[in-house]
Design a protein around this ligand. Sequence first.
Ligand code: 4NP
Length: 147
Amino acid sequence: MSQRILFVCLGNICRSPAAEGVFRARAPHYPSDSAGTSDWHVGDPPYAPMQDAARARGLNLGDLRARQFSANDFDAFDLIIGMDSSNIDKIESLRPPGNATRVRLLTDFAPQSGADHVPDPYYSRDFDGALDLIEVAVDGLVAHLDA
Ligand code: 4NP
């Protein structure tokens, strides 16, 4: 079954574009996108420090542009993946009646990490730490999808 994957964070300029960039490098055979629950950065490329940290790992995020998550995404994707519980709460608040699309935390796919969310590097400034966790969790996600 084809699985369309959407990564969601708050601004769509740090964590979710990084997750999308890692995911499309690892699993280009799955359609994927990312979005933010806010409209704060719509149309913007990923935050420059995150692009720099990603580029150092061979990931180019430069073509990505932020957009806002909407209720239409429940029909357009098969699996919606948030970075923290506030993302999940906002996503669920927009779920159309009767829709059964799966919504999960990215860290659900990295139980060995012990993390229950991806800390926001926009505030922590730990872009490499965020990428380390995102890479481990996306590996777990890809293994889950390919299984
Ligand atoms: P993100 O990080 O949700 O990982 O994209 C943020 C980016 C920008 C802001 C907050 C979080 N902001 O307040 O502009």
